[in-house]
Design a binder for this molecule. Sequence first.
Ligand code: HPA
Length: 263
Amino acid sequence: MRCARSTADDRHLMLAVIGGSGFNRWDALQITDRLDLVTTYGAPSAPLVRGLATGCEVWFLARHGEPHRIAPHLINYRANIAALRDVGVRQVVAFASVGGIAASLPAGSVIVPDGMLDYTHSREHTFVDADADAVTHIDFTHPFDPGLRGHLLAAAAAAGIAVRDGGTYAATQGPRLESAAEIRRLERDGADIVGMTGMPEAALAREAGLAYAMLAVVANDAAGKGDSAAAVALDAAQAAFDTGMARAREVLLALLRAREGHG
Ligand code: HPA
């Protein structure tokens, strides 16, 4: 990202925030412009918003639109990532609301995941299509950018905000929630949290050459777990989720402040 004290060399760090459920608008952003663009893949979920936060220039995109109206399986992930790439973004911090599978992750927990399992289907999931010049196979061993993850974790530590370092995100198709048996399967597969938007977003970011990391906030116990033993009530833990979201946003500001300090 570019900050007040950045050098020209920092331009390659231009950062975007993709806001998810519970983060459609970013009040701390002093908006400088709003870009309505259409990519080869169609229009992104919302206009790209550019602004200043803690003196740094950042982009913001509301994944579900503003107001929140686009369901996870209907999001044009390709247009969102292509639009960010086209305006010069090189790093993405994605916010995600998730269900907690691991008992150690109650509502309100903030996680910087390091693993991904993909159970989505029928989504446009790659830029490698019939018109592509060549068939490319991206490396996806570590789906979240280790460098950007490290910066988020360091920023959280510096700000004294508790976040869980690592965990596997399972991406499900939605929009329905999972059955208890599906969650037991995800758990056996090694998933710690479950959400509906991490894929194909993370893979498209990798294809586009963007460093992508996630701040996931637990909204509820996943189906069949803890308070969701009988049923999932998505807003039953609203207060805990709101607190977690506020903490995740603080981590983001701490990341920007750290960059500003090094500019
Ligand atoms: N499952 C999938 N996605 C979610 C959940 C869940 O339990 N909670 C918030 N997003």
